[in-house]
Design a protein around this ligand. Structure first.
Ligand SMILES: [Fe+2]
Length: 281
């Protein structure tokens, strides 16, 4: 049977790539050390497959066709189109149709109704963390896109339920695959609105505290109340909530948090303890 060997989450602000050469050296060093630690823990899990949970930044979808959740079931994915990702080192992005279809079918059997795509382009939300984690080779990737950009969005309760469903589906898959989850996005940021560039550190700290010590109900109540009132980029923490659900809402291990004004994002790095042990900490 397949097993969940690691659950991770991190930020993916596009300026982490676009402004890489021009940001202050101490910021670049911050990103190198934190993402390298993420990569070290990820590699230690030796995953065969990565379920990567990220938004779609108007790359595959737009207002004329905007799924709440889309699972990438293709044999392969297209590389990022953003010019600042032209040096992204992984040119062949392989999928895992078997496990992806299994997750999709499990979801439908349990009355979830995701969209699916046989060919997705992976944008900076998927690729910046993979790049900065300095992974020598990528496992097969199952893209799991959540609409974090345009209201109405999936509820926080539903995001937790999605995480649990993914974990159940992985555990029931008959091949002996090692499966990791990586959620990307958030924490607080504000894009294209009057508060552009603002980082809400109070929100970031409370969100991280609830992942570490809160109940599902506390986490849900807090996010449903506050997300509509703060910077629009914070909606991406839905992806972290999916990962939290997959990890059974326990074992959250914060690697680091730092607000980074140069990239407009409160940057978080986390791993959950899976099956009662630290994720190669
Ligand atoms: Fe984003």
């Amino acid at each position: 049977m397949a097993s969940l060997v690691g659950v991770f989450a991190t930020s993916h602000g596009p300026l982490i790539a676009r402004d890489w050469q021009t940001m202050p050296a101490h910021r670049r060093e911050h990103f190198v050390s934190r993402f390298r630690e993420m990569g070290r823990r990820f590699e230690a899990c030796r995953p065969d497959v990565l379920i990567e949970i990220a938004p779609d930044h108007w790359t595959n979808f737009f207002l004329n066709n905007l799924p709440s959740v889309c699972i990438g079931v293709g044999e392969a994915h297209d590389p990022p189109a953003e010019p600042f990702l032209r040096d992204f080192p992984h040119k062949n992005l392989v999928g895992h149709p078997g496990l992806a279809m299994h997750i999709l079918e499990t979801a439908l059997k349990e009355d979830f109704e995701p969209s699916l795509s046989h060919r997705l382009r992976l944008d900076h939300g998927f690729c910046i963390p993979l790049w900065r984690m300095e992974l020598p080779r990528l496992p097969a990737i199952i893209p799991f896109i959540v609409n974090d950009l345009e209201p109405p969005m999936p509820s926080i309760r539903r995001c937790l339920a999605w995480g649990r469903l993914i974990a159940r589906a992985v555990a029931a898959y008959p091949e002996p695959l090692r499966v990791a989850i990586l959620a990307t996005g958030g924490l607080s940021h504000s894009i294209g609105e009057p508060t552009m560039g603002a980082i809400d550190e109070a929100f970031d700290h409370e969100f991280l505290r609830l992942l570490e010590r809160g109940t599902d109900e506390q986490l849900t109540d807090y996010l449903e109340d506050i997300l509509p009132r703060i910077g629009n980029g914070a909606h991406e923490v839905r992806n972290w909530v999916v990962a939290h659900g997959a990890a059974g809402s326990r074992g959250f291990d914060l690697i680091d948090y730092e607000p980074v004004p140069e990239v407009y994002v409160g940057c978080g790095y986390a791993a959950w303890n899976v099956e009662g042990r630290k994720a190669a900490a």
